[in-house]
Design a protein around this ligand. Structure first.
Ligand code: AVJ
Ligand code: FE
Length: 391
């Protein structure tokens, strides 16, 4: 069955919702905080803001609307590939009122263009067909909201907006797409008394996004993989389990953990709170996740195993989950709409993460979604679960 085309008003609402979230996140901050580099691994927030607007201008105004850019060559400052994160504060970035009017002016023009274009399933241009480029823009802003939340962990006394701290629980086995909440902080689940592992039979499994509906290029083509029988933990590794691993092996502790007495405290946003023992461990690197799994007599699941088991996994959407897999192209991959989204990252340098974290907009959570990062990275909301071969 073909999905109903989305009315333009619904797209405009979702663009507005993403923008409200962006502003909500930076609302408590002053200009100095917006422009400061807190870590060489993360952009100043002002860069994310200008980049969000510039990406929107590039695709929704210049490309789709065939308009000239508002500020000439400005786009070069906000090109993620050209400008490494650590030096983004050295660029003559837009600030204050100028930055805010750029965001607003681009949005105004983007909505003007939206009014003019054909986004029906019959549209000739694949960028416009089924509103693809609008889904791309909504997802892009939501993904940058998560990057901003990574940085906000480093901001002393930062208070998360209400919508992020007052959200309900979800029940075990509920698919992430069904969750009502957008963000959750801190993750509030108690570990349920679920069977600790799920066994999946060997056989053929369908992997990747279906041919219709919005997905990134790296999720296609949908294809069949052959999996040997395996077991996968129903629950991600918890802080308690991880602390035991640290105690026995001297492994590196997660980012934002500090020793206090004989326990651990969590220091994100300048707070000092005991580490919540039953919640999934977060801010660990792939190397640590892999070492933990081997220490536990297990291994990380492949991304295929994770996707095959997805409907049965618990606590999906608390933390991004490292997998054993390198970020590689699926058979039949075609870069769309630009090579720098996925293709330039393919290879054995980046590892795939699956699922989503409390900071991930629920719109982005689907079984085929592939996130990726370097194996040493810990500033992302990364945890993991373990798997093993089953005879
Ligand atoms: C998919 C999270 C790795 O942040 O580099 C944002 C998402 N791509 N703008 C990234 C993205 C372009 C991407 N990750
Ligand atoms: Fe981006």
């Amino acid at each position: 069955m073909k999905a109903q085309p989305q009315p333009k008003a619904a797209i405009a609402d979702r663009l507005a919702e993403a923008r409200r979230r962006t502003y909500e996140l930076i609302e408590p901050l002053d200009e100095a905080q917006l422009n400061r580099v807190y870590s060489p691994l993360l952009s100043p927030l002002a860069w994310d803001l200008g980049h969000i607007a510039n990406f929107e201008e590039l695709w929704l105004v210049q490309t789709v609307g065939e308009r000239e850019p508002l500020h000439g060559e400005l786009g070069r400052l906000y090109d993620a590939i050209e400008n490494p994160r650590r030096s983004r504060n050295e660029l003559p970035l837009l600030r204050d009122a100028e930055l805010r009017s750029y965001l607003a002016d681009v949005r105004e023009r983007a909505l003007e263009v939206l009014d003019e274009v054909d986004i029906s399933p019959e549209a000739e241009d694949p960028l416009l067909r089924d509103g693809f480029v609008y889904e791309l823009l909504i997802a892009h802003e939501q993904q940058h909201n998560e990057t901003m939340l990574q940085l906000l962990q480093m901001v002393e006394d930062y208070e998360l907006p209400d919508a992020l701290s007052s959200v309900g629980h979800h029940s075990p086995g509920q698919a992430p797409g069904q969750l009502a909440r957008r963000f959750e902080y801190p993750p509030v689940r108690e570990m349920p008394h679920a069977p600790p592992t799920i066994r999946l039979p060997g056989g053929q499994y369908e992997i990747g996004a279906p041919a219709t509906g919005f997905a990134y290029d790296n999720e296609r083509s949908r294809h069949t993989v052959e999996l040997a029988p395996f077991e996968i933990d129903s629950w991600p590794v918890t802080n308690r389990e991880y602390a035991q691993f640290v105690a026995e092996t001297g492994a590196e502790v997660p980012l934002y953990w500090e020793r206090e007495g004989d326990g651990w405290i969590h220091t994100a946003m300048g707070r000092r709170e005991p580490v919540a023992t039953d919640q999934p461990v977060t801010h660990v690197s792939w190397h640590e996740a892999d070492a933990f799994a081997r220490w536990a007599g297990k291994r990380l699941p492949s991304e295929h195993e994770w996707e095959a088991a997805h409907p049965q996994l618990d606590a999906v959407g608390e933390v991004w989950e490292w997998t054993a897999s390198d970020f590689l192209a699926y058979p039949g991959f075609e870069a769309f709409p630009y090579r720098e989204y996925s293709e330039v990252f393919f290879g054995d340098e980046h590892k795939v993460l699956r699922g989503g974290s409390w900071a991930t907009h629920r719109n982005l959570m689907r079984p085929s979604f592939r996130n990726w990062d370097l194996p040493q990275r810990r500033q992302i909301f990364s945890g993991f679960r373990c798997a093993k071969d089953a005879g």
